[in-house]
Every structure is written in structure tokens, then in C-alpha cells.
Ligand binder design. Structure first.
Ligand code: WT7
Length: 651
């Protein structure tokens, strides 16, 4: 959204009271500017190192970075044990709120240490060693966090798969990572109903050759099929294990986790993160962007641990800082639309971090719902996942923040590991809709095709946008794509190869004060409610249906979800006579089962032809015009410009 002069005037300086007590002051930018590597070394020293590092950054093997070379540390020790040793064992780590009303658990740091140690011992019993991969397919229950930390404690990589993903998506991820263990639950609560999870795991494990055991948390009590010898109950093996476990220190570059995300092809990429750099930047951003005070704040990040936001700002960021947080299992509207507000009120949430799509949902429901609750504990609000439209930003600040709380709009990606571009809440004057500037220690630029930096302020009048690039390595950067070094280089480092820049896949432009306005993906990746889905993934699910000959998918602007999935399909001759509505229904279902209900297209159009160039490339730009109901752009490169009459007729 462009910043008109009126919007510039309406920028929001940090309230004086906030600035005075803020963890981060403007000094931080100066420090980082003076000596970037010394700055990061200082941030890294906020953690406990069993062996100190001897070099901050080794970039000689670019684009694979080594941060904090020679250092050794244990991530779980840093997130749990050291707080207990510092005398904070009685501090609440997690106020867990289940979806069923009154299903709640409070877990202190001492209890978390006990649980994580038991789980680590249990996993060791099952034969897990450092370097092994563990797939975690769990709802938002405390065991999910315990399982992740137990893996980290042992140096085993977790690969968390969002519990809303289908059995086939799970299979692909288990296979690619060659996971030895799957941790799941019998079922999960979704909008008040218990749904099976274990069944999807059974299907996935049957189709894979690496899994030795399935560890099952009893969550809903629903019936499950059982494979003796392979399947084990969490409460049997973890509860019986010893609560004493000595954490081993691992190399700073030891792999910590794998997380799959969508790219421009149908095959999800396993993003690899490592230990020291990831934890350093996660901890640093959490303390400075969210201004947390461990003694009194109650932090709440509403993401699911199936996404990177949950990894970094539910597990590693907050816990490394010894903070108290709320973890909520369910959907925001269960049992009704008051749920989030009730939770804020009940637990006195002070910092709330959510996605624009949810803010827009609340906006649509109206102010009377939040007005019924005391939200005065809130002192800072955050946004992530997609550009936040200025209207939603203002509404968020007024209705959640009583016109007094700062908002941090945080830009980052699965690949960046933690926040990269964001205001500092006690320093930055924010403009609604802009993520503002790179954090201290981070370097980003907006450049044109040739790599020339755009001029700040060109956002006025003529809207000049360019590519968002990260021109210097950062501690929590991805270290690769699992098993595919070529794809790693090709995807992120080839666009500006000669300069050695990372291309994020986003378009952006500068505003009048040099601040960054992220415009969204410019590749074939869609952003639906903050979830990344590739057009190729959905297309491949569609052509997987026996009646479909060809499919093209585009993301069209959607008021609610940011983008919505619009598909155009050509049917095979023998399917062409079948009932259209039924066919479309079947196809939508097909995508939901192949990928996830999140990927279910909003609309599917059965068309006689797709618009192609002479070289056979589908012109998505034009399909997007159709999906968004616009005048068609330039059609001169089409083989047959008349295809649009037929497409329009079939809409
Ligand atoms: C893509 C990354 C980062 C955790 C959630 C998504 C978009 C993310 C913002 C923001 C504008 C944003 C970008 C980015 N995005 N945050 N504050 N403003 N766009 O992680 O699934 O890896 O998606 O989300 O397009 O590339 P992800």
C-alpha cells in the first residue's frame, strides 16, 4: 500500500513511556554499524556456551555460512536448564490453553526441565542419536514443545509437520528426511471436534522405509490402530524415563532442525537451520523487537509450531529468554469469537503477535466483541506473515491497543530463521503497513534488475518497485536445502550471483524516509492467510486427478486471506461430459487431501484452453487479471489471444 504524504504525517512515534523502558535504544543501530561482527558476537554471548567460539563468521564457503566457529552449546540447556539454575525454576514457562474450555495446564521452567529430560532419555532408549531426523506431527500441545526440545537436547533434527497437512504431505516429508521416528497424537481437537491424526501417520509410515517407531501422545482418547513393536504411547515411555539428563554440547554449526516450505516447484524444500547462529538471532530479535521483560511479561504468539513462526517465537526465542508465554491449542473462533480476547484477559497477556489475516477476521466481526473484554494488559502488538494493510494496522492499534501500543510489523521467512526487517518498538516511528528498516546487524536492500539500489522516496508518484535482497550474511540464515545443495544455490543465490546476495523472492519499494514496503512474492508462490503455497504444488495435485488434463493456478487478491487460490483446469475428453459442479467439488477435495485444507482453491474454472506463449509458457499474469476481474494486460505474446473469450465465458 503506498504511503501518501498524509500517511507519512500519520506515522506513529513510540510513546515516551515505552521508549524509556525499552530494551533496545537507538544505540543498538550505532553499535551494529560500528562493527557488525563484534555486535553479533555480543549478542551470541547472551547465550550459554560450553566452549566459547573463536571466530564470529566464516563466509569462505559462501553461500553456506559458519557462525560462531568453534563454539559449542546445547540449545535445550539454553532454553530450559539455565533458567532453573539461575533460580527461576518456579517461573511459568507455558500457560497452556487447550481448545476445550477449561482444559488448561501451567508448566514452570522446572517442570519443563523435568519433562524435556524424560523425553530425551526416552528417545535415547529408542535408539536416537545426534544427527537423526525426527518427524513431529502434533497439535499445539505441550508435548510438541517438549518433543522439539528433547530433539535439540540430543542433537537430533526435528522436522515439524503442520498437523493440518495431509497424509501424503507427511509421507513426502518423512521420506525426504528419512525420519527414524515420528511423534504424533491419537487425534486433535479442531473447532470442538476430535479428529484423527494417527491414521494419517499410519498411512505415511506404511509408505516410507525409514521409520522405526511411532510415539503417540494420547490427546483425544479416540480409537487408533496399533502396530505392536512399532507404536508406543508417550505416557508409557516418557513418564517412566528418568528426569535426569546431562545435555551434551554440540558444535555451533550442528544442524538443529529441518522445516519444509513451498518453493516454485511442486516439491517442498527442507530448510536446514543450525544451532548457534539460529539461537543467537532468535533470542536477540525476541528480546529487542518484543521488548520482553521475563519477570513480568506474558507473551503470546498465536502461530502454530508447524510454521517457522512457532519454532522461533513460541519455542526458541521466548524460552531462550526465560519468558512466560501463553500457548493456545485451537482455532480463534472456538467455541466462539471471544476466545482470544478471553485468553488475553485471563492471563494478562502483555505482548500479542499474530497475522494480518486474523486481524482482518476480527475487524469483520466488529468492535463489540473486543469491547466486552479488558485488554488493558496489552503493551505491544506484532504482525507477521504478509503485508498488513494500513487499515487493518490502524484498527489493530485502536481496538487491541487502545491507541497507545506500538505495533511491530515483522518481515522474515522460514529461510531467514528469525526477524530481519521490523521496527524497534521503543525507537522507530512506524508507518502503518511498512515493516520499516532492517534490524541492527541486518543488511537489506531493494534493487532493480541490474542490482542497482533503488532511491528512497521513489515511492511517490511513480511506484517503482524492485527486488528485496539481503546483501550480508546473518546468524539465523538457512544453511541449505536438505539433500539438494544445487537447489539451494539456484533458488536463493543465482538471481544476483555475481554480487553474492540472497534474493528473498519478495518485491518491495522504498518509502519517503527510506523505509521498506514489502509488496509480496514475485515468484510463483502464493500467500494465503500467511501460509506459503506454491502454484506448482496445487497444479500437481489437480493434474493428479484422473479427469484433469492440464491445470494452471494463480493467487488472486482476497480481502480476507490476502491471496486466494484460483485454478483453471482443462478436463480430459472423457471427463468433459461429467457434471461440472460435482467435478469442481471433487477437485477441491483432491487438493485438500493431497496437500492440506489450507490449499483448497477458492475457485476452480473449467476452461477449454489455457493462455500460452509461443514457447508454451502459461501466462499467469493474464490469468490473474481474469481472476481479479480486471481488464486484460498485454496479450500480444499469446499464441491465441481469443482463448480469453472462452475462458471468460466459462467463468
Ligand atoms: C513470506 C515468508 C515469517 C514467518 C511467517 C511466514 C511474507 C512475512 C511479512 C511482513 C510482508 C511478509 C513474505 C515472505 N511475509 N512477513 N511482515 N510483511 N510480507 O513465513 O512461510 O516462510 O513466508 O511471507 O512474502 O517472503 P514463510
Amino acid at each position: 500500500m503506498p504511503d501518501t504524504p498524509a500517511e507519512v504525517a500519520a506515522s506513529f512515534p513510540p510513546p515516551a513511556g515505552f521508549a524509556e523502558q525499552a530494551n533496545a535504544s537507538a544505540e543498538l543501530y550505532e553499535q551494529a554499524e560500528r562493527d557488525r561482527l563484534a555486535f553479533w558476537a555480543e549478542q551470541a554471548r547472551r547465550l550459554h556456551w560450553a566452549t566459547p567460539f573463536t571466530e564470529v563468521l566464516d563466509w569462505s564457503d559462501a553461500p553456506v555460512a559458519k557462525w560462531f566457529v568453534g563454539g559449542r552449546l546445547n540449545v535445550a540447556y539454553n532454553c530450559v536448564d539455565r533458567h532453573v539454575e539461575a533460580g527461576h525454576g518456579d517461573r511459568v514457562a507455558i500457560h497452556w490453553v487447550g481448545e476445550p474450555v477449561d482444559d488448561e495446564r501451567t508448566i514452570t521452567y522446572a517442570q519443563l526441565q523435568d519433562e524435556v529430560s524424560r523425553a530425551a532419555n526416552a528417545l535415547t532408549e529408542l535408539g536416537l542419536v545426534a544427527g537423526d531426523r525426527v518427524a513431529i506431527y502434533l497439535p499445539m500441545i505441550p508435548e510438541a514443545i517438549v518433543a522439539m526440545l528433547a530433539c535439540a537436547r540430543l542433537g537430533a533434527m526435528h522436522s515439524v509437520v503442520f498437523a493440518g497437512f495431509s497424509a501424503s504431505a507427511l509421507t513426502a516429508r518423512i521420506q525426504d528426511a528419512q525420519a527414524k521416528l515420528v511423534i504424533t497424537a491419537d487425534g486433535q481437537y479442531r473447532r470442538g471436534k476430535a479428529a484423527s491424526l494417527k491414521a494419517a501417520v499410519d498411512e505415511a509410515v506404511a509408505a516410507s522405509d525409514s521409520v522405526e517407531h511411532v510415539l503417540v501422545v494420547r490427546r483425544t482418547g479416540i480409537d487408533v490402530d496399533w502396530t505392536d513393536g512399532r507404536d508406543l504411547w508417550w505416557h508409557d515411555v516418557v513418564n517412566d524415563a528418568s528426569p535426569q539428563h546431562d545435555p551434551e554440547a554440540f558444535d555451533s554449526e550442528h544442524p538443529l532442525f529441518l522445516l519444509y516450505t513451498s518453493g516454485t516447484t511442486g516439491k517442498p524444500k527442507g530448510i536446514v537451520h543450525t544451532t548457534g547462529g539460529y539461537l543467537t538471532q532468535s533470542s536477540y530479535t525476541h528480546v529487542n523487537v518484543f521488548d520482553v521483560k521475563p519477570e513480568r511479561d506474558v507473551f503470546w504468539c498465536t502461530a502454530d509450531i508447524g510454521w517457522v513462526t512457532g519454532h522461533t517465537y513460541i519455542v526458541y526465542g521466548p524460552l531462550s529468554n526465560g519468558v512466560t508465554q501463553v500457548v493456545y491449542e485451537g482455532t480463534p473462533t472456538s467455541p466462539d469469537e471471544h476466545r482470544h480476547f478471553q485468553i488475553i484477559e485471563k492471563y494478562g497477556v502483555t505482548i500479542y503477535y499474530t497475522a494480518p489475516t486474523l486481524i482482518r477476521t476480527f475487524m469483520k466481526l466488529g468492535r463489540q466483541i473486543p469491547a466486552e473484554h479488558d485488554l488493558s494488559s496489552l503493551r505491544l502488538l506484532g504482525s507477521v506473515g504478509e503485508p498488513i494493510n494500513p487499515e487493518a494496522w490502524r484498527w489493530y492499534r485502536t481496538v487491541f491497543g487502545a491507541d497507545r501500543t506500538p505495533i511491530v510489523d515483522t518481515w522474515w521467512q522460514t529461510e531467514t530463521g528469525s526477524i530481519m526487517i521490523s521496527p524497534l518498538p521503543g525507537v522507530t516511528s512506524t508507518k502503518p503497513g511498512s515493516a520499516m528498516t532492517p534490524l541492527p546487524g541486518i543488511s537489506a536492500m531493494i534493487v532493480d534488475d541490474e542490482g542497482n539500489q533503488l532511491q528512497p522516496g521513489t515511492g511517490h508518484g511513480e511506484q517503482v518497485s524492485g527486488y528485496l535482497v539481503l546483501d550480508k550474511p546473518w546468524p539465523s540464515m538457512l544453511r541449505g536445502i536438505w539433500g539438494d545443495p544445487e537447489r539451494f544455490t539456484e533458488t536463493y543465490w543465482s538471481r544476483f550471483a555475481e554480487r553474492g546476495w540472497y534474493f528473498a523472492g519478495d518485491g518491495a519499494r522504498y518509502g519517503s524516509d527510506g523505509e521498506i514496503w514489502v509488496l509480496g512474492r514475485i515468484d510463483d508462490v502464493m500467500n494465503v492467510s500467511g501460509h506459503r503455497i506454491s502454484t506448482a504444488e496445487v497444479e500437481s495435485a489437480l493434474v493428479g486427478h484422473s479427469g484433469v488434463a492440464e491445470a494452471a493456478v494463480v493467487g488472486a487478491t482476497d480481502e480476507q486471506t490476502g491471496q486466494a487460490i484460483c485454478a483453471f483446469v482443462i478436463l480430459k475428453a472423457r471427463a468433459a461430459n461429467e457434471d461440472r459442479d460435482q467435478m469442481v467439488d471433487e477437485l477441491r477435495k483432491q487438493v485438500a487431501t493431497e496437500i492440506s485444507p489450507i490449499a483448497r482453491p477458492r475457485e476452480i474454472h473449467v476452461v477449454p484452453e489455457l493462455p500460452k506463449t509461443r514457447s508454451g509458457k502459461i501466462m499467469r499474469r493474464l490469468l490473474r487479471d481474469v481472476a481479479e476481474g480486471r481488464e486484460l494486460g498485454d496479450t500480444s505474446t499469446l499464441v491465441d489471444p481469443s482463448v480469453f473469450e472462452a475462458i471468460r465465458a466459462s467463468k
